[in-house]
Write a protein that binds this ligand. Structure first.
Ligand code: GLA
Length: 392
């Protein structure tokens, strides 16, 4: 029986009624393209947050994190956090957007356990937010469809947590499906499945250098992209985001842009094109093309978008020289955190060993490497159904 279900019983003295599961995600192409209304090739992964919960008649949500061994309490009338640890802010933010939408909240007790490394660029916060909105709907008796759940949890993060993220994380986590890597259109909020080669899998390499989006860098990058758009939009009012700018149009205007805006815009326009290139290379299982397109993405992220750091550069070297590697690049927002490689399935163990040793030699740090698979998006099941499924 699942660990989180036992933990719930131990903490709250009764059996949990429901079980929620919400995956992390890794992006395979399209760094920072989401808020530029572009495309991202993204994958929900089987590192996930799980929650055992039951509705209560209390006036506050009482939540426990197995990973941190801390509690948080959230008032259901106001959405305010009234007690507990900092991670409660994500729950409070989601409660507040639901209240803003006019929903009446009912309380629940919940125990959360996560295998998504926290703050490492695999959307641990989106996984938690998506689980919370699904649970609030379940116990409160209201239904929010997937697209609105993604938009509302993004709004929670923007408005109440104070991180100005795009839609990538919340969408990937909520719309995830097993056996599907998707290409997300961040303007239309639709996605399509990307064909996947049978002999290749994804390995996530954690630099163990935690990433913090609260710094100004993420917002600075967004502003640089907007500044580039503003220069072109003077003559082309139909251009509202970098998605609308071809490389030819960019070249006409780049000298009129502030230096940083030009560098960031070039990266985003090329990175967006690379999402289509990646899709074609995956369809053909063209390993040389996969390596090349991932490599250009990393070089652009390092030199033009400037979201790499020493640990990421060392990790790139370790990943690209390891046994069984097909292709390597950054993942998430950058500035540390996790990176991603495509690896030959039958050489995962050798890959892990080589990356671990080389990264340690280069940085002195002991990294973590996870071979990951696609995963179903955020979902809730009665605990009983889970027990029956496990018994089979
Ligand atoms: C973070 C943000 C996303 C996206 C990525 C970079 O994960 O939350 O919205 O911008 O960085 O692609």
């Amino acid at each position: 029986m699942n660990k989180v279900i036992n933990k719930f019983e131990e903490l709250f003295g009764s059996k949990a009624e429901f079980f929620a599961s919400s995956p992390g995600r890794v992006d395979l192409m399209g760094s920072h393209t989401d808020y530029n209304h572009g495309y991202v090739v993204t994958m929900p992964v089987d590192l996930k947050i799980e929650c055992a919960f039951s509705a209560t008649e209390e006036s506050a949500l009482t939540l426990y994190s197995c990973n941190l061994d801390t509690f948080a309490k959230i008032d259901i009338k106001t959405g305010d956090q009234i007690e507990g640890d900092d991670w409660g802010k994500y729950v409070s933010a989601v409660a507040k957007v639901c209240l803003d939408e006019g929903h009446t909240l009912k309380a629940f007790n919940g125990a959360f356990c996560s295998t998504v490394p926290i703050g490492s660029g695999l959307s641990s916060s989106a996984a938690l937010e998506a689980a919370v909105i699904a649970i609030l709907g379940k116990v409160g008796g209201f239904e929010i469809d997937k697209k609105n759940s993604a938009l509302l949890t993004q709004k929670a993060e923007n408005k109440y947590v104070g991180v100005n993220c795009g839609i990538l994380d919340q969408y990937s986590v909520i719309f995830g499906e097993r056996h599907k890597v998707i290409k997300l259109d961040c303007r239309e909020l639709t996605h399509s499945q990307v064909e996947w080669p049978s002999d290749v899998m994804v390995a996530i390499c954690n630099t163990v250098k935690p990433r913090q989006l609260h710094g100004s860098e993420y917002d600075d990058r967004r502003r640089d992209c907007e500044a580039a758009v503003a220069v072109i939009a003077k003559d082309h009012p139909n251009v509202t985001h970098l998605r609308d700018v071809s490389i030819e149009l960019f070249n006409e205007y780049k000298d009129k842009m502030p230096a940083n805006a030009a560098k960031r815009a070039q990266f985003i326009i090329e990175e967006n094109d690379r999402t289509h290139e990646l899709q074609a290379a995956l369809t053909k299982n063209d390993k040389a093309a996969l390596k090349d397109v991932f490599h250009r993405s990393f070089v652009g992220a390092r030199d033009l978008f400037q979201i790499s750091n020493n640990e990421m550069n060392c990790m790139y070297e370790a990943m690209s020289t390891a046994t069984g590697v097909v292709a390597s690049r950054q993942a998430g927002a950058g500035f540390g955190g996790c990176m991603a490689s495509l690896v030959k399935k039958d050489q995962l163990e050798a890959f892990k060993k080589d990356v671990f040793n080389k990264y340690k030699e280069l940085t002195g740090l002991e990294c973590q490497i996870y071979g990951v698979h696609t995963s179903q998006g955020t979902n809730i099941k009665p605990v009983e159904a889970l027990a029956t499924a496990e018994a089979k």
